[in-house]
Write a protein that binds this ligand. Structure first.
Ligand code: GLY
Ligand code: MN
Ligand code: MN
Length: 421
């Protein structure tokens, strides 16, 4: 029985994704290289960053590590800290883990014992339990760099507070270096691209399931379940965000998440849902016709949104910035007569988080991954259209990462037809 189900699954999996999956976790050496880059950027100042839960929009329940902390450590555990102490003699990078708690561990699973193997796994100079002595590090360095987001004063992060208090207690100066992490995180390495590409292959399977199931009479929730089954059955490690299945007038609601309407003949269904792999997010939207064909009115809107994507892609040249691309999207939809129906930004950075960090003003770095997601929303006509793709910024322009998804109107109709055979 076991062999049979494995056989069935393996056959299915190997038929649908040609590439072998990269291991979900990056090697310890990748995290060490990142910490070395941060250490180089600190200019000798001490720094600290704390683990903390972060929910991608709409996803609830399990702990989801803050992107900065994950990027630096690969550790998906609460209560941890990473301390940079550049002027210390030997322990320059130290990982602090929360104390063991046998009672809590019976409920949520064991925390790792500190051992030479653990030290090797995390690739830092020392692993301890507790909280960093930042006053000591600040005194040694004479300055403290704040590398975490400042946020609002009233809900200042614990690491920003610890850094400020330590600087004040040690008489050290503070340097604001938030852009250090943003810059490093937004220029993705080939290792990261491989995981996002694989996550896109999984996402494509989900969208195939969606195209097959966007039929009259089923619920949006049913479509969501079919998609998510395809993601997880094929190896997704998570959802990049809460799945949006917006049929009819719900397609005009940007972050529709209730998914409780029944699909009707003639509806368009805006499906914004994507798999995560190895903690890397993807973000894809497609708009499917329940009847298999777009009406003339729907097709006119679809073509305008498609053209806006084309115009944004045509504007991607070395040195381009996010505002340049926003303008390209707006100019395109103005020409089509729909600018007032385009009510959100054209796109955002993607990486460890679906709405990832990056510089929204400066020229885009090589290795940045962004979405291109124009949309036109006509609640008064009972539908919306969004098409969302992902591109990698390259030295000469861009690579359309989601090129295996249908995008042209005729290709979407053909894909829906083929999926329902
Ligand atoms: N899925 C959320 C977004 O497109 O930004
Ligand atoms: Mn998006
Ligand atoms: Mn999206």
């Amino acid at each position: 029985m076991k062999a049979l189900s494995c056989f069935a699954f393996c056959l299915f999996a190997s038929q649908v994704i040609a590439a072998a999956p990269p291991p979900p976790d990056l090697p310890a050496s990748a995290y060490k290289a990142r910490r070395d880059q941060v250490m180089n950027g600190l200019g000798g100042c001490a720094a600290v960053i704390a683990a903390q839960g972060h929910q991608p929009s709409g996803v609830t329940g399990e702990f989801h590590q803050d992107g900065d902390f994950y990027w630096l450590t690969g550790l998906n555990e609460e209560g941890a800290w990473l301390e940079f102490s550049p002027k210390a003699k030997t322990i320059k990078v130290r990982l602090w883990l929360q104390p063991r708690d046998p009672e809590a561990e019976r409920w949520t699973g064991p925390r790792e014992a500190i051992s030479p193997a653990l030290l090797e796994k995390w690739g830092v100079d020392k692993v301890s339990r507790g909280q960093p002595d930042m006053v000591r590090s600040a005194a040694l360095s004479g300055c403290v760099a704040i590398i975490a987001p400042l946020g609002k004063a009233k809900d200042e992060r614990a690491d920003v507070k610890l850094a400020r208090d330590a600087a004040s207690a040690a008489g050290a100066k503070i340097e604001y270096k938030r852009t250090l992490l943003e810059k490093l995180r937004s220029a993705h390495t080939p290792d990261e691209m491989a995981r996002m590409d694989y996550a896109l292959a999984l996402t494509r399977l989900g969208h195939q399931a969606a195209a097959r199931n966007t039929v009259t009479g089923v619920s949006e929730k049913f479509v969501q379940a079919q998609m998510e089954h395809a993601f997880f059955a094929n190896g997704a490690t998570g959802l990049s965000y809460g799945s949006i299945v917006g049929s009819g007038e719900n397609g005009a609601v940007l972050h529709w998440g209730r998914n409780d309407r029944l699909l009707r003949a003639g509806d368009l269904v805006v499906i914004d849902a994507a798999a995560e792999y190895g903690r890397y997010a993807t973000d894809i939207t497609r708009t499917y016709p329940v009847s298999g064909k777009f009406t003339d009115e729907q097709a006119k809107v679809y073509r305008a949104v498609y053209q806006a994507q084309e115009d944004v892609m045509a504007a991607i040249k070395p040195g381009v910035s996010m505002p340049d691309l926003q303008k390209a999207a707006e100019d395109s939809l103005r020409r089509a007569g729909y600018l007032d129906k385009f009510i959100h930004g054209f796109g955002h950075f993607v990486g460890l988080d679906v709405h990832d960090v990056g510089d929204y003003e400066a020229p885009l770095p090589v290795g940045a991954v962004i979405t291109i997601e124009p949309g036109v929303y006509l609640p008064e006509r009972g539908f919306g259209v969004r098409i969302e793709d992902m591109v990698e910024i390259t030295a000469t322009g861009y690579r359309l990462m989601s090129k295996d998804f249908p995008r042209k109107l005729e290709d979407v109709e053909a894909w829906v037809k083929a999926a329902r055979k």
